[in-house]
Each structure stands twice: as structure tokens, then as C-alpha cells.
Design a protein around this ligand. Structure first.
Ligand code: HEC
Length: 144
């Protein structure tokens, strides 16, 4: 969540890991859990591809294939954004909600973090369009 920092792998049991993740998810939205960006980053207009590389590529991979360096440490594989079969089943709103609020609001893995406090709505809409470019697909007909 903090651009530029390296997250080391911390040895702990799966049970402890689950407790820590649930604790962090539960604290989201409270002032103490809010992520604030360094002023230099917050002030500059942020390009969608750069946002993807900063916030998403660690898990989803630089080209959206679900193969970022963190992927092998996650119990659930990060979504493959280049997978047109799966991504074409998601409406733009579902993708938006997953990015804004996190996987758990859609009943998916809580390892997909919510970025609503870090990114603006316009930036998240930009990322949804970017996922559409990666999959070269559109959402289901009922949602268009
Ligand atoms: C800490 C790792 C991690 C990071 C960082 C991360 N994701 Fe994810 N993401 C996941 C995982 C794991 C899933 C799969 C959740 C599941 O299927 O239960 C996921 C799922 C998703 C989905 C849902 C896809 C679907 O099948 O409906 C979207 C959209 C998504 N991520 C977009 C992003 C974007 C955009 C970013 C950057 C702003 C991002 N993710 C950052 C781990 C991550």
C-alpha cells in the first residue's frame, strides 16, 4: 500500500496470518487505517498505467497475468486481468466495486485490498478501462 516500500515475507502460521488480515480489513475506514500518500505523489496527476504498476502489479503482474511477485504467497490466485473469458462475465461496476472496496464485498478473497481510500473514483474508473484493454473484452451485454 505504500509506494516504494519492500514488503518482506513474514513467517507466521496460516491461522495467525488469517487473523492479521481480518484485523486489517476490519480497521479499514477508521482514521487509523486510512492510507495517506506522500504529498508529492498525491499532488501530481497520476497516469493509469503507472497506478497499475504501483498498486496492482505486485500481485496481478506487470502485464495483468496474475503472476506478480506476491502471487505465490497468496492462498487465492490474483485475478488474471488478461483472461477475456472470466473478465467478460464481470460488469464494469463489479470491477469498480472490487477495486474500490476489496474482494470481500463481492464474497471473494480478502487478499484483494480495497483502494477506495487511496485512489479517486476517476482513477478507479481508469483502472477498470485499463482492465478492459488488458482482456480486450467488454462486460456482459445486460450490463452495457
Ligand atoms: C495483495 C495482492 C493484490 C493487490 C495489491 C491487488 N490485487 Fe486485485 N486481486 C487479488 C486477489 C488475490 C484477487 C482474487 C480474489 C478472488 O478471486 O477471490 C484479486 C481480484 C481482483 C479483481 C476481481 C476480479 C474478478 O474476478 O472479479 C479485480 C478487478 C482486481 N483484483 C483489480 C485490482 C487492481 C486494479 C489492483 C490495483 C489497484 C489490485 N487488484 C491490487 C490480489 C491483489
Amino acid at each position: 500500500m505504500r509506494p516504494g516500500s519492500a514488503m518482506p515475507k513474514v513467517p507466521m502460521s496460516p491461522e495467525t496470518l488469517e487473523l492479521v488480515v481480518s484485523y486489517l480489513v476490519a480497521r479499514r475506514g477508521s482514521p487509523a487505517g486510512t492510507v495517506t500518500l506522500p504529498p508529492a505523489l498525491a499532488a501530481a496527476p497520476r497516469d493509469t498505467h503507472a497506478l497499475y504498476l504501483t498498486f496492482c502489479a505486485g500481485c496481478h503482474g506487470t502485464t495483468g497475468r496474475g503472476d506478480g511477485p506476491n502471487a505465490k504467497f497468496l492462498p487465492i490466485r490474483p485475478a488474471v486481468h488478461t483472461d477475456a473469458t472470466t473478465m467478460s462475465q464481470r460488469s464494469d461496476d463489479m470491477l469498480f466495486d472490487a477495486v474500490a472496496a476489496g474482494g470481500y464485498v463481492l464474497g471473494r478473497s480478502n487478499r484483494m485490498p480495497g483502494f477506495g481510500a487511496t485512489l479517486t473514483s476517476a482513477e478507479i474508473r481508469g483502472l477498470v478501462r485499463y482492465i478492459r484493454e488488458l482482456c480486450r473484452c467488454a462486460g456482459p451485454a445486460w450490463a452495457r
